[in-house]
Design a protein around this ligand. Structure first.
Ligand code: B12
Ligand code: SF4
Ligand code: SF4
Length: 372
């Protein structure tokens, strides 16, 4: 039982658990972050209703009244090689790495509690702002934090502690916390939906990732930019010259893992296949993301973007699925495939459909067959 831990002890333990870096920031409220969120909600860059459901908290003492520090743990990962094979819906390595890092963060907190230090693992704090404050990296214009060890390819975890931890980390990558993007604006110009504002704020209405997993109808103007992806978009990281070094020698996930993300597997509505498919992808990206209607809604968009007529046999079934966004996306996807068979499926569905939003999607899909 000892409360006299130093940053050196803490760093040794973090490295032992597989983290690349750890830093500490004081537990004072992050007023600047709070003001920036308010501004973005006011300017409609952040939709206020969905944001409040995230329950992010800029004042650490709301989560732990006697918090002294926020410890920020950094786990580095290699992104996957791209493109994925044509019938596979892509997912970002971030989501594969996150659950393991979370387990390690929980072990870290347990270890701290064994030293009589109250420790709370939380994802409810602004982790990027804290990482920058802890000197672990800098913000760049794509709104992500970059460290010297991983570029932007890292996952962050926060642990609040109630005890003073002496000493500093041996590195300081803060450079004032501000990006050195200078003349570059590649992420701004290459984001397929124009979601990155020149000043470095993300317009959540346009960011593809913000629509993924929402379970809602994705605005039609965003759907094509999804590409054949299921979870995550890395375009603004892959075009970044500051990440070039970390984008060498990449590999695809193992074959068995990729199979779980094959579109026929994801779209098959047969009861037993569905359960198995969700279990398999949940084992990779975590159960929180592997939710039935949400996965199906996004998989259908990815299927439309393959323009592969062999997927019509699945899409004609998802076009009858109970959740309206899945039907709406299915109509769009079938229209995008655009073969005579696709037209026939849409015509038949129009006679059966009762929901006004789904009817409108079927009608637009029939009116504008995608003949690019
Ligand atoms: C909400 C959220 C999202 C939202 C909104 C993202 C956003 N940029 O706000 C959506 C769903 C879109 C999203 C997407 C992604 N996310 Co996210 N997300 C979060 C979450 C929960 C909160 C982020 C947040 O605080 N946003 C609010 C804004 C106001 O905060 P901010 O971006 O820090 O804003 C500051 C800067 O803009 C800076 N600033 C202001 N003006 C300027 C001007 C310039 C020039 C610069 C450089 C900076 C700057 O000051 C602001 C206030 O402090 C965190 C987890 C957490 N608990 O923190 C993960 C997190 C940020 N996401 C993460 C990741 C990996 C992603 C994705 C890459 C996932 C993927 N592969 O698709 C994408 C990237 C999209 C992008 N370019 O941001 C990682 C980031 C790792 C890193 N290297 O930074 C985090 C930390 C998750 C984690 N635990 O690892 N995400
Ligand atoms: S994650 Fe994709 S859609 Fe979102 S800002 Fe980056 S490039 Fe644009
Ligand atoms: S692509 Fe250019 S502007 Fe965008 S984050 Fe990287 S260096 Fe900065």
């Amino acid at each position: 039982m000892s409360k006299s831990l130093t940053m050196q002890n803490i760093t040794d333990k973090a490295l032992e658990l597989g983290f690349a870096l750890i830093g500490k920031a004081s537990a004072e409220p992050l007023f600047e972050w709070g003001r920036e969120v308010e501004r973005r909600i006011h300017d409609c860059l952040i939709p206020g209703d969905t944001w409040s459901r995230r329950n992010l908290e800029f004042a650490p003492d709301k989560l732990m009244p006697d918090a002294r520090h926020a410890l920020i743990l950094v786990k580095s990962y290699k992104p996957f090689a791209e493109p994925f094979p044509s019938s596979i819906a892509a997912y970002s390595a971030h989501y594969r790495e996150y659950p393991d890092g979370q387990q390690s963060a929980l072990l870290f907190a347990k270890w701290l509690r064994e030293m009589d230090i109250n420790a709370l693992v939380t994802s409810k704090l602004p982790l990027k702002a804290l990482a920058v404050k802890a000197g672990l990296g800098v913000y760049r214009r794509n709104s992500l934090v970059y460290s010297k060890v991983s570029g932007s390819f890292m996952t962050l975890y926060g642990i609040l502690v109630d005890t003073e931890i002496r000493g500093d980390t041996s590195y300081d990558d803060s450079s004032g916390g501000v990006s050195e993007c200078s003349g570059c604006d590649l992420c701004v110009s290459r984001c397929p939906t124009g979601a990155i504002m020149p000043q470095g704020a993300i317009d959540l209405r346009r960011c593809i990732r913000n629509h993924m997993g929402s379970g809602k109808v994705v605005p039609p103007e965003i759907r094509e930019a999804y590409g054949v992806r299921l979870l995550g978009c890395e375009i603004c990281q892959r075009v970044c010259p500051q990440n070039a070094h970390f984008l060498k020698n990449l590999s695809l996930p193992p074959h068995e893992e990729l199979e779980a993300f094959s579109l026929p597997n994801l779209l098959d509505l047969t009861q037993s296949s569905r359960k198995e498919a969700l279990e398999n992808i949940g084992n990779v990206i975590g159960r929180n993301y592997a939710r039935k209607n949400r996965i199906l809604g996004d998989a259908v968009i990815a299927a439309g973007n393959t323009k592969d007529p062999s997927l019509l046999e699945y899409l004609k079934e998802t076009l009858k699925y109970p959740h309206v966004p899945v039907r709406a996306h299915s109509a769009w996807a079938i229209g995008r495939i655009g073969t005579p068979e696709a037209q026939e499926i849409l015509t038949n569905a129009l006679n059966q459909e009762k929901d006004p939003q789904a009817i409108s999607e079927i009608t637009s899909a029939m009116e504008k067959p995608d003949d690019e």
